[in-house]
Design a protein around this ligand. Structure first.
Ligand SMILES: Cc1cc2nc3c(=O)[nH]c(=O)nc-3n(C[C@H](O)[C@H](O)[C@H](O)COP(=O)(O)O)c2cc1C
Length: 161
């Protein structure tokens, strides 16, 4: 039977709750991803143009280090990555996560939670990171999942084994 792993980054637990639901529905294993340097509440203040997230998210193509105690994904066929949307795109640590996971041959799907932004820009961002790494990865169409209905609808679109 195909094996699925859900990995998520969540600063304030919204994505965590959705990731748990996704994992349960997919009968998947689940793991949290952390930033090498954790984000404080002040770091997350989008009203402050000098806050850590405001600066990082506006730096084109930048990388933010992910904590590298990542699970071994070699046994998994399907990888799901969940994250919040920050300034229209995934937190920069998601590209570092993609750099560190060997996604060759995997079936990949991403979702986010957000205050209203859709997944379009995040999808381009993720596809660029996959391309930069030269991975041969099937990337499903990602979605923002802010409700249980959206979770169920999205799961039914996934091309998982
Ligand atoms: C720094 C920062 C930037 C954000 N930028 C956006 C945004 O551009 N669009 C949006 O819809 N929501 C934005 N949000 C809201 C988050 O995407 C939303 O609250 C998300 O569910 C948080 O997930 P988490 O609790 O798993 O961290 C932002 C939140 C933060 C902290």
């Amino acid at each position: 039977m195909a094996k699925t792993l859900v990995l998520y980054y969540s600063a304030t637990n919204t994505t965590k709750k959705v990731a748990e639901r996704v994992a349960q529905k997919l009968n998947a294993d689940i793991g949290a991803v952390q930033a090498a340097q954790p984000y404080t509440a002040a770091d997350l203040n989008w009203h402050d143009p000098q806050s850590r997230t405001s600066v990082e998210q506006h730096q084109h193509n930048s990388r933010v280090a992910v904590k590298t105690d990542l699970p071994d994904i070699s046994d998994y066929d399907n990888i799901v990555i969940g994250h919040p949307i920050w300034w229209g795109i995934p937190p920069r640590l998601i590209s570092s996560l993609i750099d560190h996971l060997n996604l060759n041959g995997k079936n990949l799907a991403l979702f986010a939670t957000s205050g209203g932004s859709n997944y379009d820009r995040s999808q381009s961002y993720v596809e660029r990171a996959i391309k930069q790494n030269g991975y041969n990865t099937h990337v499903n169409t990602g979605a923002v999942l802010n409700s249980d209905n959206q979770v169920d609808t999205w799961l039914s679109t996934l091309n998982f084994n």
